[in-house]
Design a protein around this ligand. Structure first.
Ligand code: SF4
Ligand code: SF4
Length: 79
């Protein structure tokens, strides 16, 4: 089962350049056309399930606007 992840995009830093959208191998990022940041850009956001937490988007973002989270599953410890 692929890892499950999600991202948080900072409204303060995102400038809607779409580099993260092109770089995401899962194609789960889009610009949120329903919102504007305080600086007047449509920010990137997750638009569907499938993020694996690979962090490629965060690496390519020139403004360090993306924080990546990844779900950790712990193996059960034998008694
Ligand atoms: S962490 Fe990976 S899969 Fe998730 S949005 Fe970023 S590039 Fe796409
Ligand atoms: S690469 Fe960064 S600045 Fe560009 S759209 Fe994505 S989050 Fe916003």
């Amino acid at each position: 089962m692929p890892a499950k992840g999600w991202i948080d995009v900072s409204d303060q830093y995102c400038k809607g350049c779409e580099l993260c959208i092109s770089a995401c191998p899962q194609e789960v990022i889009a610009l949120d056309m329903s919102r504007l940041t305080p600086k007047g850009y449509h920010p990137a956001h997750l638009h569907k399930d499938g993020c694996t937490g690979c962090a490629i988007c965060a690496l390519v973002c020139p403004d360090a606007a993306i924080t990546v989270y990844r779900e950790v599953t712990r193996a059960s410890v034998p008694a």
